[in-house]
Write a protein that binds this ligand. Structure first.
Ligand code: IMP
Ligand code: MG
Length: 182
């Protein structure tokens, strides 16, 4: 679908086009393929925002990956993270001894990820790296090190390609600024 013709209210300026996302996701997949040669990494996707990114990313990884899903909830208003996190769904497998790659949609303050890494790290994976499609340029100092980052973002709230406002806009094929005035 053409970026310009998407009909949803609130869809502001394009921040990253669908084409640019596809190019960058292919690069990340190639990087992971070469970094994990000879291994079978366990991808752990953070729902819901990471589902579209993961679906595209894993098809760019030429390795026998396994895919698990976690769902976390952080409370607060719609556009800021409060730092209080709950597990809504855990992975279904033992991650001890596995090469884990945590796939996130966006790291903002890093609080969600920090919580997740503490939790998963205690289960003794062989290795654990993070792949986030977006990193807020002004991410908090508590943001963990990210091995793979798709794009660095200015302080604008974005929607699309898995990212939502109040559950909507995840199906937008590109990433746009959320603009309630549009
Ligand atoms: P953090 O804990 O502050 O790093 O927040 C990370 C989570 O907040 C992400 O996984 C998203 O679910 C959500 N989030 C942060 N910024 C945005 C945004 O610009 N658009 C949509 N969701 C966002
Ligand atoms: Mg999220």
């Amino acid at each position: 679908m053409d970026d310009e013709t998407w009909p949803g209210l609130g869809v502001g300026d394009t921040v990253v086009s669908a084409e640019k996302i596809a190019t960058r996701v292919a690069e990340l997949g190639a990087e992971i393929t070469s970094d994990y040669a000879g291994k079978a990494p366990l991808i752990i996707t953070v729902l819901k925002g990471g589902f579209i990114f993961t679906a595209d990313l894993v098809r760019e990884i030429a390795l026998p990956v396994e895919i698990e899903f976690m769902a976390l909830s952080s409370y607060g208003n719609e556009t800021r993270s409060s730092g209080s996190v709950q597990i809504l769904k855990d992975v279904d497998v033992d991650i001890a001894g596995r090469d884990v790659i945590v796939v996130e949609d966006i790291v903002d303050t890093g609080l969600t990820l920090r919580y997740l890494l503490d939790l998963l790290g205690a289960r003794q994976p062989a290795s654990m790296e993070i792949c986030s499609l977006f990193l807020r340029e002004e991410a908090g100092t508590e943001a963990p090190d990210l091995r793979y980052v798709g794009f660095r973002l200015p302080p604008v709230f974005i929607i699309g390609y898995g990212l939502d406002v109040a559950g909507r806009y995840r199906n937008l094929p590109h990433v746009a600024a959320f603009d309630p005035s549009v």
